[in-house]
Every structure is written in structure tokens, then in C-alpha cells.
Design a protein around this ligand. Structure first.
Ligand SMILES: [Zn+2]
Ligand SMILES: [Zn+2]
Ligand SMILES: [Zn+2]
Ligand SMILES: [Zn+2]
Length: 292
């Protein structure tokens, strides 16, 4: 009997606590946030349940023809990377982007277009893509975003779908974290981003790297690249046969070659005394070539 009573007491107490918590949350206006979080968690669970399907997808990519599978692989890489992201992070990114957009919307009904070519047909550097903004003359970062922009110099800390320039390696469309970047700091569309590279030969999105990827994956310093007017991306270096076995090690480009992506190979590379993943790969490819 005593045991039953204890259980009832416990349940009463529990229910009372739940009600109390709900009341407190709604008084704080947190109700919506909580249910948002719950739906996020449940969609994460649903995605976990789809592991089977993902395995199946991988097999399909291996057997389809090259060009098509490349494009699909790109999509697959992106989506599986997203799935692998911890909840907290995607949440934060969402918050960042909405916070930026809202700060822009306040200033008028805006409309964006981003192009590699400006209206007069001139090819723009890939770290200064042309952004057409209708309806506003001047955009600015919210004070909060502005204060946080330089928190990560390597990859940047603010996601921005309009001014952020996508890094060929990490694919993150972020404002750079360089203190004196006019494009990212003052959202000036006519300025190049000094925290992203531009290839002097192709001026394409393939030659755009953030500071962190440039260093870790290719062993190069942003300052040196910025000063070198003849800097070439790994794709152009390979195309011109300048440095044998120097290849782009982005997961996309490695898949095109049917090579395994080298996600965390930097640890291995550093342990072995290599400057970057590209240096490690270059040596590996050289060795393999000798064995042939
Ligand atoms: Zn990057
Ligand atoms: Zn920048
Ligand atoms: Zn290039
Ligand atoms: Zn590449």
C-alpha cells in the first residue's frame, strides 16, 4: 500500500512540476522555442532512421555515369554533411542567417542577385562576386553580428546568404573574419573579400578558399596569396602542369578522381611532418606513380 501511495505522490509531484515549468516557460515566451527544438530533435531522429537509405544512395552513385554522379555526389555530400552537423550548430547557423536578414528587411523590401559577371559583362574576381540589390542603397550588419564577425578568423563566424562567399573546400557561405575587410565589414558589394582567395587564372568559384582551408588543406597563407597577383588555384596549377601531383583535395574533386575524401587527414599529415593535406597527397601520388 505504502508503495502505491509513494508512486501516486511521485506522479502528482511530477505533474505539478511539469505544469509549473510550462507556466514559467510561457511567461518567458519560450514555449515556441521549445516546441521548435522538439521538432528539430524529432526530425533528427527521423534522419537517423534513414541511415539505411543513405547507404543505398552511396551504391547508386558509384554506378551512374561520371558527370551526372558528380553533380549528385555534390548534393549528397552537402546533405550528408548537414545531417552530420550537430543540432546546436545548425540551430545557431539558422539564427545567424535570420538575424542578418531581419536586419536587412528593416531597411526596405530587398531583392538580391549574385553573379560572377557584372551588368557590363566584365568578369569579376571570385572573391568579389557582383551582388545586385534592389530596393535599398545601403545595407549594414546588425550590431550584434558586426561584433561577432571576427570571432573566427579562419572560417568566419557569420553565415550570410547574400554577401558570404562560398569556400570551395568547406562550402561555407560566410562573411570572413578579417578585421579590415570592406566587403564583409561594411557589406560593400563593390569590394573584394580579403578573407577569400581569387585565382588569377580562372577567377572561378573553384579558386575560392577561406583562410582555414587554404592553410590546412594546401599549406598556404592568406597574406601571401593576397599579395601574389599571380596566385593560382590548385585546379589551374594542375591544368597547366606546373607542379606534378599537386591536386585539389576537396571532397568533390577527390570523388571526381575516384579517390577517397581526406576529411581529417590533416592530423595524419601533420604527424608525418607535412605542411598540409595537399603536400601529403602529392607525396603519396608520387610514390604510387613510381610503383607503376
Ligand atoms: Zn573553407
Ligand atoms: Zn571578407
Ligand atoms: Zn584557378
Ligand atoms: Zn577542387
Amino acid at each position: 500500500m505504502g508503495r502505491v501511495k509513494n508512486r501516486i505522490d511521485y506522479e502528482n509531484l511530477r505533474n505539478a512540476r511539469i505544469l509549473e515549468n510550462q507556466a514559467r516557460l510561457s511567461s518567458l515566451g519560450l514555449q515556441k522555442t521549445l516546441s521548435d527544438l522538439r521538432s528539430l530533435t524529432s526530425s533528427a531522429k527521423a534522419e537517423k532512421g534513414r541511415t539505411q537509405k543513405r547507404k543505398h544512395d552511396k551504391k547508386v552513385y558509384g554506378t551512374t555515369d561520371l558527370r551526372r554522379s558528380d553533380r549528385l555526389k555534390h548534393i549528397a555530400t552537402n546533405s550528408s554533411a548537414l545531417k552530420a552537423l550537430p543540432m546546436r550548430r545548425s540551430n545557431r547557423l539558422r539564427a545567424e542567417s535570420s538575424e542578418l536578414i531581419s536586419s536587412k528587411k528593416v531597411k526596405g523590401n530587398t531583392d538580391y542577385e549574385s553573379e560572377e559577371e557584372s551588368s557590363d559583362g566584365e568578369k569579376r574576381p571570385a572573391n568579389a562576386p557582383f551582388v545586385k540589390i534592389k530596393g535599398v542603397n545601403l545595407l549594414s550588419l546588425s550590431p550584434e553580428a558586426s561584433a561577432r564577425r571576427c570571432h573566427s578568423k579562419g572560417r568566419g563566424s557569420i553565415y550570410d546568404p547574400v554577401f558570404g562567399i562560398c569556400c570551395h573546400f568547406c562550402r561555407q557561405k560566410k562573411l570572413c573574419g578579417e578585421e579590415d575587410c570592406k566587403r564583409c565589414g561594411t557589406l560593400d558589394p563593390d569590394q573584394p573579400c580579403i578573407g577569400k582567395t581569387d585565382c588569377s587564372v580562372c577567377h572561378s568559384t573553384n579558386g575560392v578558399f577561406c583562410r582555414a582551408c587554404l592553410k590546412v588543406r594546401y599549406g598556404e597563407e592568406m597574406e601571401e596569396v593576397r599579395e601574389n597577383r599571380e596566385w593560382m588555384c590548385p585546379h589551374c596549377i594542375e591544368e597547366r602542369g606546373i607542379k606534378p601531383f599537386w591536386i585539389c583535395n576537396s571532397s568533390l574533386c577527390l570523388k571526381k578522381r575516384k579517390m577517397a575524401p581526406t576529411g581529417i587527414a590533416i592530423f595524419k599529415a601533420r604527424e608525418m611532418g607535412y605542411e598540409s593535406v595537399a603536400h601529403l597527397l602529392m607525396e603519396e601520388l608520387k610514390r604510387r606513380n613510381k610503383l607503376k
